[in-house]
Ligand binder design. Structure first.
Ligand SMILES: NC(=O)c1ccc[n+]([C@@H]2O[C@H](COP(=O)([O-])OP(=O)(O)OC[C@H]3O[C@@H](n4cnc5c(N)ncnc54)[C@H](O)[C@@H]3O)[C@@H](O)[C@H]2O)c1
Ligand SMILES: [Zn+2]
Length: 378
């Protein structure tokens, strides 16, 4: 499959950085991501976890060594519970122990957990060293590796310590999706539907066509096309609102990327982050926000049905009828998407037409009714 490159400019001040999308391109990591860095690095630390490293670190390291670079692999724990300050400190210590210098690079090889933690460490080690993302989950390819948000979880909440730090380059190897478990694919597809619903137009049409295709394959040209379109969308939103300005509340603000996330975070919290993959929770969240939009008279039944159908084609979502509704509603109060003291909902006035609605404008029964409509308990 031909390799393609998107050049993404996130802010006016920073140079554009390339996003390479292809199949089997981890084996060209050195040429794609490191040969152009000025000044040239001499050492690269690849941050990964045991599972992903067993699959792809050898290929990455071989490419780096062929390119004349000294390559080291720093392993971190696998899973959300390792995305914390202790892991960030471990990465920093590793960088120190191999004497990584300011011009040396950090490569994140893995899903969003590796990318967020490694990116955060790269942003503070020696006040910032070159950072390269090699996302290996669908979610990290279309979402977390683009946009420059890095960070870790803390005892007081998820993603509450971090930085905005853009990578020098992103290498998306769709071939790595071949080994990704089915639930992780569904989770990534739900985030793709979320972005498609916000954008509408061709992104919605392409995403829905991909999901309707009985012969869709998850590691070739078709998925690479979808990933490229999804990344373009995310980068356009980020370029217009790099740091999620609290005062930017337009339909193209970074906040709209939180569509489906208020219920998603509530479901994850109510089940102690153990029952649902984040993307699966987003699948339920998209259906909930769409049902709420219809119940408030914003979205037509036709568009609601269209959206529901697309979410269901992303894969089977774990049922939510055993989750206590009060636990869900209680966590709306602690949602991060607050402006001042009030939670803001991202709803739809149509596919491709997000609107921001204050929590106090929504009657409580609309929440209950919408939860029941998506399979929750009344
Ligand atoms: N920075 C951002 O803008 C942003 C945006 C969205 C999500 N996130 C963060 O991303 C994280 C979720 O990322 P995720 O969904 O990629 O989860 P993840 O990083 O936990 O990866 C999911 C699982 O898949 C495994 N895996 C990864 N690639 C594989 C492959 N190719 N083959 C087989 N197994 C593979 C991982 O080891 C892990 O067990 C969350 O922490 C979330 O907060 C960040
Ligand atoms: Zn998400």
């Amino acid at each position: 499959m031909p390799n393609r490159t998107l050049n993404i400019r996130i802010s006016r001040s920073a140079a554009a950085y390339p996003i390479h999308i292809g199949t089997g391109i981890v084996s060209s990591l050195s040429e794609l991501a490191l040969s152009g860095l000025v000044p040239a690095p001499s050492r690269v630390v690849v941050v990964s976890n045991r599972k992903v490293a067993a699959l792809y670190a050898d290929t990455a390291v071989k490419s780096l060594r062929r390119g004349g670079l000294e390559a080291h692999v720093c392993l971190i724990g696998d899973g959300e519970r390792f995305k914390n300050l202790r892991t960030a400190e471990r990465i920093l210590q590793f960088l120190g122990s191999v004497r990584s210098a300011r011009t040396d690079a950090v490569v994140a090889l893995g899903g969003g957990v590796v990318g967020d933690a490694a990116g955060f460490a790269a942003s503070i080690y020696l006040r910032g060293v070159p950072f390269i993302q090699v996302p290996t989950t669908l979610l990290s390819m279309i979402d977390s590796s683009v946009g420059g948000k890095t960070g870790v979880n803390t005892p007081f909440g998820k993603n509450l310590v971090g930085s905005f730090y853009q990578p020098q380059c992103v290498v998306v190897d769709a071939g790595t999706l071949r080994t990704l478990p089915g639930r992780e694919i569904t989770a990534g597809l739900c985030e793709a539907v979320k972005q498609a619903a916000i954008d509408g137009g061709t992104l919605f049409e392409r995403t829905s066509r991909f999901l309707h295709d009985p012969n869709r394959e998850l590691s070739g040209q078709m998925v690479a096309d979808l990933i490229a379109r999804q990344i373009k969308f995310k980068s356009q939103i980020v370029a217009g609102d790099e740091r999620e300005d609290p005062l930017h509340a337009g339909p193209r603000s970074r906040k709209v990327l939180n569509f489906g996330h208020t219920l998603a975070h509530a479901l994850e919290k109510a089940t102690h982050y153990r029952y649902l993959k984040h993307g699966e929770a987003v699948g339920h969240g998209v259906r909930f926000a769409a049902a709420l939009s219809k119940n408030l008279g914003l979205l037509s039944s036709n568009e609601l049905n269209l959206l529901n159908d697309v979410v269901l084609r992303a894969g089977k979502l774990p049922p939510i009828d055993s989750i206590e509704p009060e636990a869900i509603f209680a966590s709306f109060k602690f949602d991060k998407k607050m402006i001042g003291n009030e939670l803001q909902w991202i709803l739809l006035e149509g596919i491709g037409k997000p609107v921001i609605v204050p929590h106090s404008d929504i009657p409580r029964d609309a929440h209950r009714r919408s939860l029941v409509e998506i399979g929750g308990r009344g």
